[in-house]
Design a binder for this molecule. Structure first.
Ligand code: SF4
Length: 467
C-alpha cells in the first residue's frame, strides 16, 4: 500500500523559499521512460526493432496500442507536442490513416497475433479532427489486424474547440469510454499570452456533452507556469474546472524548451511566474484539489477516490508511460504514427519524427525507426527504482534485492552523496528498508529520481526545468 498524500500543510508553503528553489530548479527529465528519449540512439536499427517484436510476440500478455495523430490547424505558441500544422486536416488525415494501417501490417508481420490489445490511446495533435468514416476505418483496420479484448479500453484526446455533441455521441458509440479534454487555463489573459483562445463555455459544453454521451471517465489537462498566470488567477482556473466535476485532472508543469520548440520564443516569458511562484502554483492546486476530495496520484495527476488511477496508486501498482500516469502494471506499448514512441520486448523505439520520412519508410515496407534503445540490466534496475519513486514515492531495498539480486548501497555507490543531499534538503527520509519521499519531496520528485539517472550528466540540457 502507498500512503495517501495529505493536503499540503502550511509547513510546505513555508519550506518553499527562494533559496531552496534556486538550489533545486535545474533541467531534468519528467521520466515518462528510463532511459529518457534524448538518450535513444540514432544507430538503433530496424533489425533490432524487428527482433524485439519477434521476441515480444512469443508472449501472450495483453499490450497497449498508441496511435499518434499529429495534425492541428494552427500551432498554439506554448505547445511542446509533436504537431503537424495543416489547414485541411481531413484531407491530410485520409492518407495518414492508410499509412497507419500499413504500419500495423508491418508490425504484425514481426509481432504475430498472440498478443491481445487491452488499451488503445489516440493522442496528438488533435485526434478529434478525424471524421467518423476516417476514425471507423482506423478502428476497424486495427481490430482486423490485432485481437482486441472484449473489455479493451479506448481513450482519446479531444480539443474542446473542435468537438460537438454529435461527435462525442458517435465516439462513445464506437466504444471510446475515456476522454481527455485539453484546456491549460481558463483565464483570457493567459490564453492570449499562450496563443490559445478557448472560452470556458466551450470547455463546459464539451464536458457536458461527453458526460451525456456516456464517457465513463473525463480528464482535464491544466498547465501551470504559463505567462500571465498568478497564484490568484490559477486558483480561479482550478476552482472552475473542479466545478465541472472531472474524474481526473492532470496539472502539468509548463515545459519551456524554445531550443526544441521555436514557436515558444514568441511567448512573453517576462510575464511568466518566477520559479518560486511556479512551485507555489502547484502547491496551491494540490491544496485546492485535495480539499475538493481528489486524491493526488504521482507528482501531477489527481483523481476521484473511486477512479482506477486512485485505486492503482493506493495499491502500489501505478506506472508511468509516455501518456503520463497509468493504472495497473505496465503493458508493452506498441506505437504507431510519426514521432510515436513504443516500449516493447525490452526496447524503446521512436518513429521517424518528420511526417515525410515516416511515410516514405512505410511506402517502402520498412518499419519507420528514427532512434531507439535496447535496455541493459542496469537500465532495468534504474528504471525500476525511478518508476517506484515517481509512482509510489518510495523505494524498498528488500524488493530491489528480491527482484534484481542487488544490494542498494553497494550497487548505487555513485548515488549515495546525492541521496545525503536530498535528506539534508528534506526531500527524502532513509528508513530501514529504503527511501521514502517526504511531503515536501513530492513537489520535487524529479530531482529525487535524477540521483539515479546514469545518463543525466551528458543529457541535462535537453530537458525542461524541474520547478
Ligand atoms: S491544439 Fe494541442 S497539440 Fe495542437 S498545437 Fe495546440 S496545444 Fe499543441
Amino acid at each position: 500500500m502507498t500512503t495517501p498524500i495529505a493536503a499540503p500543510s502550511p509547513f510546505e508553503h513555508e519550506a518553499l523559499t527562494a533559496e531552496r528553489i534556486a538550489r533545486l530548479d535545474r533541467p531534468g527529465p519528467r521520466y515518462t521512460s528510463y532511459p529518457t528519449a534524448p538518450v535513444f540512439a540514432p544507430s538503433f536499427s530496424v533489425r533490432a526493432y524487428e527482433d524485439a517484436l519477434a521476441f515480444a510476440g512469443q508472449d501472450t500478455t495483453p499490450l497497449s496500442l498508441y496511435v499518434h495523430l499529429p495534425f492541428c490547424e494552427s500551432m498554439c505558441t506554448y505547445c511542446a507536442c509533436n504537431v503537424v500544422v495543416r489547414k485541411d486536416i481531413r484531407r491530410a488525415a485520409a492518407p495518414y490513416v492508410t499509412a497507419i494501417l500499413q504500419e500495423a501490417d508491418l508490425l504484425r508481420a514481426h509481432l504475430g497475433t498472440r498478443r491481445p490489445v487491452a488499451q488503445l490511446h489516440l493522442g496528438g495533435g488533435t485526434p478529434n479532427y478525424l471524421t467518423r468514416p476516417q476514425l471507423e476505418r482506423l478502428l476497424d483496420g486495427l481490430k482486423s489486424r490485432f485481437t482486441f479484448l472484449p473489455d479493451a479500453e479506448l481513450a482519446l484526446e479531444v480539443d474542446p474547440r473542435h468537438v460537438d455533441e454529435g461527435q462525442l455521441a458517435w465516439l462513445a458509440a464506437l466504444g471510446f469510454s475515456r476522454v481527455s479534454l485539453g484546456l491549460q487555463d481558463v483565464e483570457e489573459e493567459v490564453q492570449t499570452a499562450i496563443g490559445r483562445m478557448q472560452s470556458f463555455a466551450c470547455t463546459a459544453t464539451a464536458f457536458e456533452a461527453a458526460r451525456a454521451a456516456g464517457f465513463r471517465s473525463i480528464n482535464v489537462d491544466l498547465v501551470y507556469g504559463l505567462p500571465a498566470q498568478t497564484r490568484e488567477s490559477f486558483a480561479r482556473t482550478v476552482d472552475r474546472v473542479v466545478g465541472l466535476g472531472p474524474d481526473r485532472l492532470a496539472i502539468f508543469s509548463f515545459a519551456y524548451v524554445p531550443s526544441h520548440k521555436p514557436q515558444q520564443k514568441k511567448l512573453p516569458m517576462s510575464r511568466a511566474p518566477d520559479a518560486l511562484t511556479k512551485a507555489q502554483l502547484l502547491l496551491d492546486a494540490m491544496q485546492r484539489l485535495t480539499s475538493a476530495g481528489y486524491v493526488q496520484v504521482g507528482m501531477d495527476h489527481f483523481a476521484r477516490p473511486g477512479d482506477p488511477l486512485a485505486k492503482s496508486y493506493a495499491e502500489g501498482t501505478l506506472h508511468r508511460n509516455f501518456q503520463g500516469y497509468v493504472p495497473g502494471p505496465a503493458l508493452d506499448l506498441l506505437a504507431l504514427g510519426t514521432t510515436a514512441i513504443g516500449d516493447i520486448g525490452g526496447v524503446y523505439v521512436q518513429n521517424q519524427r518528420k511526417l515525410g520520412g515516416w511515410q516514405a519508410a512505410i511506402d517502402e515496407g520498412i518499419l519507420p525507426v528514427e532512434r531507439g534503445w535496447t535496455r541493459t540490466f542496469e537500465d532495468e534496475v534504474r528504471r525500476a527504482v525511478i518508476g517506484s519513486l515517481m509512482c509510489r514515492f518510495r523505494l524498498s531495498f528488500r524488493e530491489l534485492a528480491a527482484r534484481f539480486g542487488i544490494e542498494h548501497d553497494s550497487y548505487f555507490g555513485d548515488a549515495l552523496p546525492g541521496l545525503d543531499d536530498l535528506v539534508g534538503e528534506g526531500l527524502i527520509d532513509r528508513t530501514d528498508d529504503g527511501i521514502v519521499v517526504t511531503d515536501l519531496g513530492r513537489l520535487f520528485v524529479r530531482n529525487v529520481a535524477m540521483v539515479y539517472d546514469a545518463y543525466l550528466p551528458r543529457m541535462r540540457e535537453s530537458f525542461s526545468r524541474t520547478v
